[in-house]
Design a protein around this ligand. Structure first.
Ligand SMILES: C[S@@+](CC[C@H](N)C(=O)[O-])C[C@H]1O[C@@H](n2cnc3c(N)ncnc32)[C@H](O)[C@@H]1O
Length: 275
């Protein structure tokens, strides 16, 4: 099936391409046969557009997804019938990686991406697709916010403005009574580099620039949003090879290094716990 996407929606194909490259390995850190199948079915010049999928980027992309999966599994263990809302889900296949038979899943993405999910991924009575911007509070109307909800935003918030991120998180905090939020965020250094870096080859893929980043002040600002509490940085699962088995876990133990590139964070909905 031919696929043509632009700007931020096209980035979902980069993620999928790298996840599938990692999933093809016999020693993969993320079993994801659906990602492999999607790349085979989609008529898109992945290698020509994005270059070869290097093993390092592919494994890193898969570990990032595995970190989100770990949080979703943890949530579903405590709330087997809970709802997972995946904002900006693209062609992520996390539902099939973590489903234990009772989870409810809401996928929120822009209309062109939801149209692709409808076309390419199997329908499931427990999966509900919502075609609207994550910044449009209409998606919250489609979620049972009185029951526990885990909201995930993988590879999304860095493309929004600071005001949009704050409004979105505050809307979740105001309406969702229990559950949590897992999202990733780039450092200001990465954001600034994304605005500057021009590829040496003019034909090479240049991803859209990131507009929102997180540093110490921004973490404090997020902590101060009503309805959110216990913001903490998560560690990627241990991977394969020297870099991902030893060096990355070491680097993640040192906050300036851990927060220097991309962080994955978790917050809880509800009032601050008294310590
Ligand atoms: C980098 S991709 C991430 C896709 C997927 N979460 C993953 O990790 O593979 C960014 C995704 O955000 C979606 N997106 C961009 N702007 C959005 C918005 N305002 N609301 C919801 N989704 C959006 C794109 O369509 C795309 O699916």
């Amino acid at each position: 099936m031919p696929v043509q996407l632009d700007a931020v929606p096209e980035t979902l194909l980069w993620n999928l391409y790298h996840r599938a490259a990692e999933a093809r390995r016999p020693d993969t850190v993320l079993r994801d046969p659906r990602a492999v199948e999607l790349v085979e079915r989609i008529d898109f010049p992945f290698e020509h557009r994005f270059g070869p999928a290097t093993p390092v980027l592919a494994q890193w992309q898969a570990l990032r997804a595995a970190c989100f999966d770990r949080e979703v599994r943890r949530f579903l263990t405590h709330h087997p019938g809970g709802t997972v809302v995946a904002l900006g889900e693209g062609l992520e296949t996390g539902f099939w990686r973590v489903d234990q038979g009772t989870a409810r899943w809401v996928s929120v993405d822009l209309p062109e991406t939801i149209a692709l999910r409808r076309e390419l991924l199997p329908a499931d009575p427990r999966v509900h697709l919502v075609a609207c911007s994550a910044t449009d509070e209409r998606w919250l109307d489609e979620v049972d916010t009185a029951a526990p909800v885990l909201v995930t935003a993988q590879g999304l918030l860095m493309y929004l403005t600071r005001a949009e991120v704050h409004r979105l998180l505050a809307a979740c905090g105001a309406r969702i009574r229990a559950g949590g939020l897992v999202f990733d965020a780039v450092s200001p250094r990465m954001r600034d580099r994304s605005a500057r870096t021009a590829p040496a080859d003019a034909q090479a893929y240049r991803p859209p620039r990131w507009t929102w980043a997180i540093d110490r002040d921004e973490r404090r600002a997020i902590r101060g949003l009503p309805g959110l509490s216990d913001l903490e940085t998560l560690r990627l699962p241990r991977g394969r090879g020297l870099a991902f088995r030893f060096l990355m876990p070491l680097a993640q133990a040192v906050p300036p290094m851990r927060n220097g590139l991309l962080s994955i964070l978790r917050a809880r909905f509800g009032p601050q716990r008294r310590s």
